[in-house]
Write a protein that binds this ligand. Structure first.
Ligand code: FAD
Length: 468
């Protein structure tokens, strides 16, 4: 009687509590991925990246004599049928923490248990389960610094090694082919370009983490805000799909000599934890203003020409356009530039943060519901522990401060280069006609004057405050 490993966001063999448990029980493992309606509704780039990750995982499983079984349909009925068909002893999975997944997984558990199948969920995605961290006075944290103080002294157990003796089931059920899922269908022309910037799979993720800790981490606190430098870990896409666990990265940091840089990096990993803590305890962070008082702010929901220009990296503001083009071409964007371009959208263009959050959800290969929502609400000013609204980033000031030599902007805007490092040009050449980025449009006129945009946002903010 095998145990079904229901694969979701844990595309790895090492430090995987599910596989560890199945091996401990001495049972065969049946790895299953289900494209259920929620998976089908993922944004274009996340879904594409998930497909790449699954293909890589299938290879690793093959090397162990295992197959990746691919199914399509409602997770509850697929698992229920599969458990009957294979006479599975149980179905095990790693937890997700967004409300829709929690609801679905609870239903799956109830159904399986009612048919006598063991259904168990495990941690592994986070360092600290959201319900285990509490304020001294009780309740959850709403501010980052006390959260960090509470979790940083807690012990983090060492990662589990990859099981070497995974047992195969006696019989394999039918499976779709991964290609049948058509996970690159909405990437059109961009699939190859974006794929060339992805670091897919557990092996590459672990190798990158090692190199980062050995060679780059020591400078992290000084250089992490400089977008033209390769100074951050670049592990977000792997963390998003569970190709590496935060525990593995944490343990690698233990090997580095203690320093401010190491602490700064750990604090970033803990920002990720904080976003999950918030999403678990206040799931409305995903859908509406975290602070209700902000419902009166006159953000626009319209996707007019200015918002379209933002999406296409054609606002005429260098750092914003460079960031938005980096996003289109690579599926990622440097954190500092994410903050600046998000702020520009919500403040200078007065667009609702959800418009930006949705665009990122469609374009990011490292899309993570918790980090994305927290990031947007933080920038917009309506989230927990948010940046004060009146502190409006000046994108030109930020460019001068963090990209003074133009390394980042020139790379992504690719202006003035006879043979531009190509990326953005290549990308836009392949785009639909309306997107075309001609040489003239590399640096268009600003769609909104920065001073006017800033004043308009501040006036709206003052009016909201006066209305109380
Ligand atoms: P590093 O600097 O190497 O940091 C290490 C890890 O810490 C990251 O991989 C990430 O998992 C975590 N981390 C770092 N900064 C943050 C942060 N501010 N919030 C939460 N976790 C963090 N990150 C995502 O993973 N997915 C998203 O969808 C996402 N959307 C964002 C949207 C906005 C508007 C903003 C401002 C930030 C968003 N972030 C998101 C956070 C951050 O920009 C990325 O995690 C970071 O750029 C990834 O690069 P890195 O792996 O090199 O990070």
């Amino acid at each position: 009687q095998p145990i079904i490993w229901w694969i979701r966001r844990d595309l790895r063999l090492s430090d995987n509590p599910v596989l560890h448990q199945i091996t401990r029980e001495g049972r065969a493992v049946l790895p299953v991925y289900i494209c259920d309606p929620a998976e089908d509704a993922l944004g274009a780039a996340p879904q594409f990246r998930l497909g790449l990750g699954l293909a890589k995982l299938a290879q690793s499983l093959k090397a162990q004599g295992l197959r990746l079984i691919v199914k399509r349909g409602d997770a509850r009925s697929v698992l229920s049928d599969l458990a009957k068909e294979t006479q599975a002893h149980g179905v095990y999975w790693s937890r997700l923490y967004d409300p829709a997944s929690i609801e679905r997984d609870t239903e799956v558990k109830t159904t399986l248990r009612s048919q006598g199948v063991t259904a168990r969920s495990f941690g592994g995605r986070l360092l600290f389960e959201p319900w285990t961290v509490q304020k001294k006075s009780g309740g959850f944290f709403q501010v980052y610094t006390p959260f960090w103080r509470a979790v940083s002294p807690l012990p983090v157990p060492p990662p589990l090694s990859a099981p070497s003796d995974l047992r195969q089931p006696m019989r394999w059920p039918n499976s779709l082919r991964l290609e049948d899922l058509d996970y690159d269908r909405r990437m059109h022309h961009a699939a190859d370009v974006v794929a060339s910037h992805c670091r897919v799979g557990e092996e590459l993720a672990l190798a990158r983490a090692e190199t980062f800790v050995q060679e780059t981490l020591a400078q992290y606190d000084v250089l992490r805000d400089v977008p033209g430098q390769d100074a951050t870990s670049g592990l977000s896409e792997n963390l998003a799909w569970g190709e590496i666990s935060p525990r593995q990265i944490w343990a690698m940091c233990d090997k580095a000599p203690p320093s401010r840089a190491v602490e700064t990096f750990r604090k970033e990993l803990v920002w990720r934890e904080f976003s999950y803590h918030l999403m678990y305890h206040t799931p409305h962070i995903l859908t509406r203003n975290w602070r209700e008082g902000w419902d009166a702010f006159p953000w626009t929901h319209e996707i007019g020409p200015e918002v379209l220009a933002w999406q296409r990296g054609q606002t005429g503001i260098d750092l914003v356009d460079a960031g938005m083009r980096e996003l289109l071409v690579t599926g990622k964007m440097h954190n500092r530039v994410r903050m600046v371009s998000a702020s520009y959208l919500c403040k200078h263009l007065m667009a609702h943060w959800k418009t930006g959050m949705d665009w990122f959800e469609n374009c990011l290969v490292d899309w993570d519901p918790a980090a994305n929502a927290m990031g947007w609400q933080w920038v917009a000013g309506c989230g927990p522990d948010a940046a004060p609204f009146f502190r409006i980033f000046n994108p030109d000031g930020q460019r001068q401060k963090f990209d003074p030599a133009g390394t980042y902007c020139n790379r992504w805007i690719a202006e003035g280069q006879l043979t531009p490092a190509s990326l953005s040009i290549d990308f836009f050449k392949a785009c639909p006609k309306s997107w075309t980025l001609s040489a003239n449009a590399l640096r268009p006129d600003p769609v909104v004057n920065l001073t006017e945009g800033r004043n308009r946002a501040l006036a709206a903010y003052q009016a909201m405050k006066q209305r109380g």
